[in-house]
Design a protein around this ligand. Structure first.
Ligand code: G6P
Length: 609
């Protein structure tokens, strides 16, 4: 979603701001803009569409400055037009903002009543006028005005403000939308995502909820929500440098698909040994917490929700703990009857998804006794606000369509399941067997990736299709759901997943030669049932594409294309069968010529409701 970059230095920062915005393009946006202070003058440039359009505007009408703010906007209030693009200005004040100001309509009326003229449909413009009005009313500092504004604004925001009358500083405020400060030498930066700053620094300070900070070239002063001056930890992070390059790959998504074997290796390092989980895998507090719980509710969104659906099979089968899985946007508003002694488990790549975070925040009131997050971003809101966190170590994921983060979530969830199972009668022999399977997983994923050429060939069959049906049974049903989501996200083909046993209850009516049916068919106890379901499709002239265990017998023939998947144990099968489905969506999108890494209308991190 929206991205923020800000910089203050002793040299022109325009190029740094635009480069920073380019690094944030992956998050999804529809317009971009910058505002700079140049010799006491506030100048702004904005453009609809890609950051390159903004760069073209700057080239045509150059601008420069030693202090500046920049933004990529994903429209919420108002169309993606230039007038609605950030920064928004009120005379000498300019602001960029991520999030939503919920009381903007009331504030807008009040400010209009005080003579302020609005030039956009956004909620953000009220921030600019509000800060301006507070500064105009009293002789206070910009920092003080922003602190006061923070108490008046309701909703979620990460914002950066500059003021022509205070040209030596940026003022930033965080409440519900992340912001990080990047430390430089005689220059400092701010951003909504440290990736934007990777070329300038590897030293970061993450602001906490309610923080307001004043940033100059040499000094950073942070105040908490009570207005007290506070010191926040500085962390060194170099991972972002590697993430910003596609390397030899045509798209970030493809790079991230191919990273999966090494991601799995990284997750397992220091967490499992030859005979089982290592003591370092979980801290003592988490181990204790796991011992006492009797129920688990998983909440998540998008791909992370699918990881939760897979995990339910593992948690119930291996650990014997009842487990519910729910979409976070529904959970947060449902009047639930909480299960006894229940832990809330959130799954999130970003750790900032608004609905998942809101679900966590309401869970305690609903009687949940503890919370665990499976998350990819250290220092994110979910990590900070949960009782315990298990980091997925996937590295930065740039492609909007999640691939390696999903695999990392699954492996992490399997380790969590193992820890839960160990205190509930799971034997040493079972633990050794599961760990053996995990050790073999990177090699099996690499084998699955070697299906790429065959799948690329197959993708041509989908170029003129409008719809597709994905089928799976048991733990492969959520894998089919994830496959359908990937295809619709990046190739814009309408795709639905069904548990194959449900075919007769409706979707069979859709089957004809224009409806490709993709099935995931490992050699498990449900294979024969699945085969019967697929025969029902064939008998009605449907065109089948079956990703099957290489050792499983399938009747070949007209209307059926068989693709061999490496043999794998039942527990590991979701991880392996997901790979060919990722590749299929990638190659279909490639031949359809869509924007693979930044599909239309979508955002990487959904920080608004
Ligand atoms: C967006 C992304 C998806 C992601 C979902 C949940 O829709 O495009 O890839 O699965 O948000 O995000 P999270 O960061 O919570 O996993």
């Amino acid at each position: 979603m929206c991205g923020i970059v800000g910089a203050i230095a002793n040299h022109d920062v325009t190029a740094s701001l635009v480069d920073g915005l380019r690094k944030l393009e992956y998050r999804g946006y529809d317009s971009a803009g910058v505002a700079l202070l140049n010799g006491g003058k506030l100048e702004r440039r904005r453009a609809v569409g890609k950051v390159q359009n903004l760069a073209n505007v700057i080239e045509a009408t150059p601008v420069q400055g030693v202090v500046g703010i920049a933004h990529t906007r994903w429209a919420t209030h108002g169309q993606p037009t230039e007038a609605n693009a950030h920064p928004h200005v009120s005379s000498n004040i300019a602001v960029v903002h991520n999030g939503i100001i919920e009381n903007y309509a009331t504030l807008r009326d009040e400010l209009k009543g005080n003579g302020y003229v609005f030039t956009s449909d956004t909620d953000t413009e009220v921030i600019a006028h509000l800060v301006h009005s507070l500064l105009a009313a009293e002789n206070i500092s910009l920092l003080r005005a922003v602190q006061r504004a923070s108490r008046i604004l309701h909703g979620a925001y990460g914002m950066v403000i500059i003021d022509q009358k205070h040209p030596d500083q940026l003022v930033v405020a965080r409440s519900g939308s992340p912001l990080v400060i990047g430390h430089g030498e005689g220059e400092n930066y701010v951003a909504s995502d440290p990736l934007a700053l990777a070329e300038h620094t590897s030293q970061f300070t993450y602001l906490e909820e309610g923080d307001v900070a004043k940033v100059t070239t040499t000094k950073i002063d942070i105040y908490n929500d009570r207005g007290e001056h506070v010191l926040r930890d500085q962390a060194r992070d170099t991972e972002f440098n590697a993430a910003v390059s596609k390397g030899e790959y045509r798209h970030f998504m493809l790079k991230e698909i191919y990273e999966q074997p090494s991601v799995v290796q990284r997750i397992l390092e220091g967490r499992i040994g030859a005979n089982g989980l290592l003591p370092e895998a979980f801290d003592a507090k988490t181990v204790e917490l796991f011992k006492t719980i009797e129920n688990i509710t998983i909440i998540a969104c998008g791909t992370s929700y699918h990881a939760g659906l897979v995990a339910r099979y593992w948690i119930e089968e291996l650990a014997g703990i009842p487990c519910n899985v729910e979409i976070a946007s529904e959970f947060r508003y449902r009047k639930i009857a909480p299960p006894k002694n229940a832990m809330l488990l959130t799954i999130s790549q970003s750790g900032e998804t608004a609905d998942t975070l809101a679900g966590l925040r309401v869970a305690l009131d609903r009687g949940f006794v503890s919370s665990l997050t499976i998350c990819n971003v250290p220092g994110s809101s979910l990590v900070r606000e949960s009782d315990a966190a298990f980091m997925t170590r996937a590295g930065t994921e740039v492609g909007v369509a999640s691939t390696k983060a999903f695999t990392a979530q699954l492996v992490s969830l399997l380790l969590v399941t193992l820890q839960l199972a160990k205190t509930r009668g799971y034997s040493q022999a079972q633990e050794v067997e599961l760990c053996n399977d995990l050790h073999k997983l990177p090699a099996i994923l690499s084998d699955a990736l070697s299906m790429a050429a065959g799948i690329e060939h197959l993708s041509a069959e989908f170029i003129h299709k409008q719809h597709a049906l994905f089928l799976g049974r048991g733990v492969q049903y959520p894998v089919a759901m994830e496959g359908a989501l990937k295809l619709k996200e990046i190739s814009y083909i309408h795709a639905e997943a069904y548990a194959a046993g449900e075919l007769k209850h409706g979707p069979l009516a859709l089957i004809d030669e224009d409806m490709p049916v993709i099935a995931v068919a490992p050699n498990d106890e449900l294979l024969d049932k699945l085969k019967s379901n697929l025969e029902e499709v064939r008998a009605r002239g449907g065109e089948l594409f079956v990703f099957k265990d290489k050792n499983a017998d399938f009747t070949d023939g007209e209307g059926i294309t068989l693709m061999d998947v490496p043999h794998v144990s039942d527990v590991m099968s979701p991880l392996v069968y997901n790979i060919p489905l990722q590749l299929l969506s990638y190659y279909v999108a490639l031949i359809k010529g869509t924007d693979v890494d930044q599909p239309r209308n979508l955002a990487k991190s959904v920080t608004v409701e």
